[in-house]
Design a protein around this ligand. Sequence first.
Ligand code: HMG
Length: 432
Amino acid sequence: MMKKTITGFSKFSKREKIDWIISTFFEDAEVAKKTISQYWNDDKTLQDLHDDFIENTISNFYLPYGVAPNFVINNREYVIPMVVEESSVVAAASLVAKFWSTRGGFKATVISTTKIGQVHFMFDGEFADLKAHFNDSKSRLITATDSITKNMRKRGGGILDIELRDKSSELENYYQLHVTFETMDSMGANFINSCLEAIAKEFNKENSASSVQVQIVMSILSNYVPDCIVRAEVSCPVNRLYKENAELFAQKFKQAVDIANVEPHRAVTHNKGIMNGIDAVVVATGNDFRAIESGAHAYAAQSGAYKSLSQCEIKDGIFTFWIEIPLALGTVGGLTAIHPLAKLSLEMLQKPSASELMEIVAVAGLAQNFAALRALTTTGIQHGHMKMHLSNIIKQLDTSEEEKTYLLNYFEKKEVSHSAVVAAYEKMKERG
Ligand code: HMG
């Protein structure tokens, strides 16, 4: 049997990596080679750029880049770029953007922008001694980062505070330096981690001059940012919400949100719908969607139970629907500066600051949630979703252009399902 492990793979050329992968895992080498190479970009400079984003790159994995027009956010008009593989997400965002554009648009506000990093360490001794040692060294810990924070301080950011936290009741001998940061228009991951490592090094150095001996375990930013929060909201009189029986619509919509607040199984799906919008814009702008995802879900579970990220209220005939979500985003640095499509997205969004991008992304999440709940509590989700998914189903049937047009027309006014499309296709074939 051929060995499926290898040493020194990283040192291979791209061609050698592909050859090894193909000869080890694929029966049809030609098909595999063609699939890998057909996604390469002819522009060598662009391909080299993509090759260097990660390690051991052998191809590019395309995702569709769509746009949702007609968003009005804080009285300003936007077209929002969205990178997502799921049909109906962009259509839903577009529909809801248009809907709310005639009802006052979206209102969004950044509540706070504080980021967090921690130096985790062990200490086997009296907390009072540790505290005295920390108080004595705190200003030197900050000074130790001066060269790293110089430019950030010029922009108005930097280290906000360093706090000593006693976690020893949760884990024996465990303490933290809990550091808060303002990173302005950058997401700040590298900046925060560099500061933390400098702080940890200094804290360790202070050891030798003191009887207090700490053991540094690690220094790393936290993707849980409950003080980097944005709120987005829509609001209108209930009677402007839906064409018929608007009151019942509003009531059912609010019930759907309330259910997500008490039932974690529903909350997870509800929030997944929100993340459909959030991730799509986060990816399109070159931001880190894993950081956003983990931070958002931790926030949804902050009470100890996993709950909805959005809320709904009906009061004095006014329907209000809003979201509060932590979003640590950047509009400078990282991929935002080097991925040509991330740059394009930011220009399309009229070159937002990080705070403005937080508002736009939160709005995309709220819009997506509104679309899903509107569909779920009225026609059901499958109606619109399958309507958008129709061309994907047809593609699996290997139709000619003429047959595809026939099927698209046939399902114009009919309910779409996978089996219904297959049945219509087979009937069409039978008729010849
Ligand atoms: P519709 O009313 O049938 O659409 O809605 P329409 O054909 O009447 O067009 C109205 C507008 O919708 C258009 O205006 C577009 O803005 C947009 P126009 O451009 O004509 O002035 N629109 C489109 N935009 C781009 N391409 C298209 C397109 N079609 C319509 N092809 C729609 C159809 C799908 C929008 C609606 O049924 C809908 O919003 N459904 C909900 C879909 C949804 O939420 N999808 C997310 C994925 S489902 C999921 O994963 C999450 C979930 O589990 C979360 C949860 O449980 O909470 C559901």
